[in-house]
Design a binder for this molecule. Structure first.
Ligand code: AMP
Length: 144
């Protein structure tokens, strides 16, 4: 999918927001939702999305909504750092399929990095064990 196109209301993150498919949530309010990535590139990989915007990418995102999502991303990064004590943290955001975007509902990734541990390939890792994700999420949520 290119940068131009229509928002698909049945994309996987829209379904998560509507509660139609499960997710391991970290925090949410009426504006944003943070949850664990089920195909993590590292231990503690998590995502932040807007619950109100239908922006597929950063070009379409309303600036005031983007401000809320970025603030939530910082909040998540701080909690991941406090809970998991990584050696580094990657914050990424992809726009358009050629850039690596696979879900067309704007989102930020928070990906902890650990010394000596290679980063899993974006979009090509295996599915995490849900109990492992829940245990990580409990630690991160406790650090919010
Ligand atoms: P991107 O490739 O930047 O669009 O990121 C999409 C991310 O969503 C990838 O890191 C996927 O692992 C992740 N993902 C896909 N489906 C789900 C899901 N059902 N729950 C949580 N994360 C997902």
């Amino acid at each position: 999918m290119s940068l131009d196109g229509r928002y698909d209301a049945d994309n996987i993150f829209a379904k998560i927001i509507r509660g139609e498919i499960p997710s391991v949530k970290l925090f949410e309010d009426d504006k944003v939702l943070a949850f664990m990535d089920v195909f993590p590139q590292s231990r503690g990989h998590a995502l932040v999305i807007s619950k109100t915007s239908q922006a597929r990418n950063i070009l379409e995102m309303e600036p005031e909504v983007l401000a809320d999502v970025v603030a939530a991303t910082q909040k998540l990064a701080k909690a991941v750092n406090a809970a998991l004590k990584p050696d580094g943290l990657v914050v990424t955001q992809f726009n358009g399929a050629p850039a690596g975007q696979t879900v067309f509902h704007l989102h930020f990734h928070v990906i902890p990095r650990y010394e000596g541990e290679a980063l899993g390939r974006h979009g090509e890792g295996g599915m995490a064990d849900v109990e492992d994700l829940r245990a990580l999420a409990a630690k991160i949520a406790a650090a919010l």
